[in-house]
Design a protein around this ligand. Structure first.
Ligand SMILES: [Zn+2]
Length: 102
């Protein structure tokens, strides 16, 4: 499986730079993706389809929002938000580029 070209190598979130890494092996309880705010790392299983990598990135971003804001969102809510947002953003080609920074 190849790496999705739409998944960046890093993300700016909450004043921190998160590294987005691809891993061959994942812990058993998180076979697709992982978010580690303490290390500012999002891990994505590199052996899944590119579209699954994309929705997994969105899922881990929602996980980070939940953790950093102490929302304690139930995991099915995180999955629901990420899956539905992914579908809507993708089907409508929604993209909101920021102004170029100097
Ligand atoms: Zn999750």
């Amino acid at each position: 499986m190849g790496k999705s070209e739409n998944v960046p190598c890093s993300l700016e979130m909450f004043g921190h730079t998160y590294v987005v890494e691809y891993r061959d092996g994942m812990p058993e309880d998180a076979t697709i993706g992982l978010c580690n705010p303490a290390d500012t790392v999002i891990s994505i299983n590199k052996n899944i389809a590119p579209s699954m990598q994309e929705v997994t990135l969105l899922h881990e971003i929602v996980e980070a929002v939940s953790i950093m804001n102490e929302l304690n969102l139930p995991h099915p809510h995180i999955t629901c938000l990420a899956t539905n947002l992914y579908h809507i953003l993708k089907e409508n080609n929604l993209y909101f580029p920021s102004e170029e920074k100097d």
